[in-house]
Design a protein around this ligand. Sequence first.
Ligand code: BGC
Length: 756
Amino acid sequence: MTSEKIKELISQMTLEEKAAMCSGADFWHTEAVKRLEIPASMVSDGPHGLRKQSDEADHLGINDSIKAVCFPAGCGTAASFNRDLITTMGETLGNECQAENLSVILGPAVNIKRSPLCGRNFEYYSEDPLVATEMAGALIKGIQSKNVGTSIKHFLANNQETRRMSSSSEVDERTLREIYLAAFEGAITKQKPWTVMCSYNKINGVYAAENKTYLTDVLRDEWNFDGYVMSDWGAVNSRVADLKAGMDLEMPSSFGINDALIVEALKNGTLEENIVDQAIERILNIVYRFDENRDLNAVFDRDKDHEVARHIAEETIVLMKNDGVLPLNTSDEVAFIGKFAAQPRYQGGGSSHINSHKITSAVDAVKGMNNISYAQGYHLENEEVDAVLMAEAVEAAKKAKVAVIFAGLPDAFESEGYDRSHMRLPECQNVLIEKILTVQPNVIVVLHNGSPVEMPWVSNVRGIVEAYLGGQAVGSAVTDILFGKVNPSAKLPETFPLKLEDNPSFLSYLGEGDKVEYKEGVFVGYRYYDTKKMDVLFPFGHGLSYTTFEYSNLKVSNDQIKDTDTMTVSVDVKNTGSMAGKEVVQVYVADKVSTVIRPVKELREFVKVDLAPGETKTVTFTLGKRAFAYWNVEIHDWHVESGEFDIMIGKSSRDIVLSQTITVTSSVKLPMIYTMDTTIGDIMENPEAAETLLDLTKVFAEVFGGNAAEPSESAISSEMMNAMMKFMPLRGSISFGMGNVTWETLQEFLDKLNKK
Ligand code: BGC
């Protein structure tokens, strides 16, 4: 439908019809206008499967939805670091949406994992905005290739569940740009999601739904977003203000209550009709984009998609620790211990909850292998140790050659709607692991959780497998990794700290009442742990393989560039082991000297390569201005400071294998207004200004008995004098100028300087 035709339809609507179009018809549909033959369209959760509800609707995953396929959740898909794989997942989901007549799937959920405690971390991707935005972008690309929309969410700075509908995320401009907006930015600018979902919370005191700065100035004017913005379910507080800010569609329906406010505002002139028309145009563009590109032949083949989910899960499982115990021999006597072996935790609770058409547990996956025993070990309902279950588990472990303990967070520990209060596993599971270790030296722990947990037994077990929440086929994927049918290739998209208190947001997470200050600033995740050189349990980007990789031949296209240039970085990666495998090559950049406080390194690129034994591939990355820039709050733009930068290739943020220094020259001169408060040191930084200042420094020299420009041997202490001078504001020359400097001289000097 052309834009003219849509405009024409809008012009035929009554005010009441227009107002109604700006909110849902019910829980999941947009409004239809029968008279004008405008169809309704259905949206549905998301993000890692379809939660299509027909009868009793809710936004908390309470009532049933159709039988569907549960893919790995965001925590796991991010760990794959494999864009193409996640695009395949998106294509599969897009096809399912076509088969089910769903115009938009509500995801991906891209919010930064600020603290391990966030109840919704399992849906989110990473503590790093590049990983988050790239993986979200890959999913969007796949889904939208099937002419189905996505709704990247929850925009913006929605990093906790506690008081999520009223809290205000107080975040400074630079941190928003470098971390929280950046998680959305690449996905939105590169993959153009059809819709964006605004979050419940406020950002710096203004509700996301009525925040014009982000919904219009950034999203539309800077990032060229051209779809519609919908509210999270119930995120509208002030319908007319929201519309003016750029929030197009209220979801779900307000039963006409907010529509009446829109009509009233239109009638009394407090809301311009063209704002409403614009919102409707954006909504109808998407409604028709879907409607006119229906794939009526699409079939939702659940069994086939289960296999896709299994294949994806294989790359979302991180081998965290392996002292050689893995992979297991298929003939080994193995005890699978722990309820999660038979009943895996493969998804999280809340609006993303899928009614899975089948679930494969690890126990299911090894049916037919009679060398594998199973013991439940613990209950999921409470933390207490069950002596009978414990005794059975100990017996099973004693008889076997290896014990694989399936542990992790039960549903009640981690869910939409609330946050965790600690980072521990249930007590009964930690006790079980310790107890098994007393009878069996070969212990492997498989974890199911959406976010880091503490591991008091980390040094005593021989292997640790982080299976995250791997979707309904997770059991097959885990066992294929345990027995070496699949070579693990996932990496941690987040740091596992030793303890909760180490996390940079620990002191301010959840805030005071509704005020949540992001006091750690840009120092989120490894940006903090690495800058502080802290010991961690497992670093960002870490993940082992059954083969080995060697890196060599790091080359840069140019070691002297301007900030307007792009450069390429290439490196050879060789599979030096005997098993085919995939490696995630990570590129970090560090500004060696900076006048702003910056993390010691930041991930700027990554790619996953597939290598046969003995094979070498050269991988090439392109780095542009953003790889070297920080957000400058004076010019409100990305800025690169001239100087040296290290380009580092890492196997993780803590395992840098190759490094090369380059020089970048800035093309932007930051505006500098010189005042009486400007220090002599800052003036001296500018060569032209320094020259003009020479006369003044002579005056100071007399006072301090030296010459600032050329400190003499006889000076009281040239270091001290230089420091005194450096940090002296210009106005100080009145007090220390022995009457030789006047306010007039200084003002003349400033006028001259500010003209240059
Ligand atoms: C969640 C969204 C979800 C919506 C619809 C809200 O509670 O925050 O992520 O898409 O419900 O179920």
